[in-house]
Design a protein around this ligand. Structure first.
Ligand SMILES: [Zn+2]
Length: 429
């Protein structure tokens, strides 16, 4: 099937106007939700069920943090939207593409080296994106997070992180883009299947090497020392047949005071990672309560489920892209005189934005359902009270929003609001 066979892709479609209209619709919707959340954050009300566990002072501190983040996102969202609009409206993408062409010509390559030009294009786009984002990133880390007592990142660590991240994305990204474009070139119209298989393999490899090769570049993992906490966690794992092989503490406090815990690993080779900040903020039994929740995700196969959903999503995405890739009017509409597949993929992502926004919302819904399930699992193991007190502590320590707006949380939250979680745990079957 070629693009010209597809009736929906009419030649005269004003893609650029559609894309601009959609992106403004998505932006206005997000801003409206942000506004609703802002109003909710201004309200000092503490729900009766929470008044015993959180006092007004703690609640006000959390609201101040939420309001700061909310104000900042009004600003960053607006900036991003204007920048995006300018890029599309004034055909900046073709300028970058031509710039990449000049770079490779100066390096002695002709324009027939389209994959090389594509890689240079991505590099130029990424570098300019990084420069634009840098002030925001600095402000977020050294002003907002700092002001609310979370930031532990030093300027030196910030710069080192940036250098490492950039090097890493080049080392991984360049071969990835090259392979992606080679497959499209080699496989012809059915490339979507091969690209999908390739991306699946890449993801599995990344899942395998991320914790062992990549994360240690940024953090130190120390085995949890022998002692009562270790014994308790081992007992919990044995009780539910969780194949726990290693137990680490990560130095999350190096960058931030936010806390967390997670597990990873294939099949019979699981590792649990606890943030040093979590250990600092909770009692041993509360840590077990948090882990009982995490193990609920394992028991219900949530990781595998999300992996399958992501694969279905990617497959449909690549399939739809294969319908668009040779559709010349799409390229013309955005000011391109040629049809490089990488540009096609970029433009396709613009076109598909409204659908992606809704998919993200649905994924958040699934994720919240999974969180309730994992909570129920911990409760079934007898950790209801400990999980509740741990969730409250973590919520206070992380300055979470106590009273989020209903629409905002339904749209953006991957975890249910604290009040709803506590209510669900508290319910007797
Ligand atoms: Zn969870």
């Amino acid at each position: 099937m070629t693009a010209s066979d597809v009736p929906v892709l009419a030649d005269g479609t004003p893609y650029k106007e559609y894309v601009l209209a959609f992106s403004w619709a998505v932006y206005l919707w997000a801003t409206y939700l942000n506004y609703r959340q802002h109003v909710a954050l201004r309200n000092p009300y503490i729900p009766p069920s929470m008044s015993k566990v959180i006092d007004q002072k703690e609640s006000d501190k959390a609201r101040a943090y939420g309001l700061d983040k909310s104000r900042f996102s009004f600003f960053t969202d607006a900036f991003e939207q204007l920048q995006n609009t300018a890029f599309i409206h004034w055909d900046i993408l073709p300028l970058f593409w031509n710039w990449a062409g000049q770079v490779i010509i100066r390096a002695g390559y002709g324009l027939e080296y389209e994959i090389t030009q594509s890689i240079v294009f991505v590099a130029l786009m990424s570098i300019s994106g990084m420069i634009f984002n840098l002030p925001f990133s600095i402000y977020r880390t050294f002003v907002i997070e700092q002001r609310h007592g979370f930031n532990k990142t030093t300027p030196k660590l910030f710069v080192m992180d940036m250098i490492k991240e950039t090097t890493l994305s080049a080392v991984i990204g360049i071969p990835l883009i090259a392979a992606f474009l080679k497959i499209i070139d080699w496989a012809g119209q059915d490339f979507y299947f091969y690209v999908w298989v390739f991306m699946l393999v890449v993801q599995l490899v990344m899942i395998l090497i991320f914790p062992t090769l990549i994360q240690p570049l940024f953090n130190t993992f120390t085995p949890l020392p022998e002692g009562s906490l270790r014994d308790k966690i081992n007992a919990l794992a044995t009780r539910i047949n969780f194949p726990l092989k290693k137990l680490f503490v990560i130095d999350g406090s190096k960058r931030s005071a936010h806390s967390n815990a997670y597990f990873y690993g294939f099949f019979g080779n699981k590792r649990i990672v606890l943030y040093d900040t979590l250990l600092e903020q909770s009692t041993e039994d509360e840590v077990c309560g948090v882990l009982a929740h995490e193990l609920g995700h394992w028991q219900y196969n949530h990781v595998l489920h999300s992996l399958v959903i992501v694969q279905l999503h990617l497959f449909s995405l690549f399939y739809l892209f294969s319908v668009f890739v040779n559709h010349v009017p799409l390229y013309r509409s955005f000011g391109f005189m040629t049809q490089p597949p990488l540009i096609g993929f970029t433009l396709f992502q613009y076109v598909i934005l409204p659908v992606e926004t809704i998919i993200q919302f649905l994924m958040n819904m699934v994720s919240r359902r999974n969180e309730f399930q994992a909570d129920a699992f911990a409760k079934g193991l007898g950790y209801a009270a400990l999980l509740k007190s741990a969730l409250i502590k973590l919520h206070v320590e992380n300055k979470g929003t106590l009273n989020p707006d209903k629409w905002y949380s339904a749209w953006h939250y991957s975890h249910p609001p604290l009040v709803e979680r506590l209510e669900a745990i508290g319910k007797t079957e």
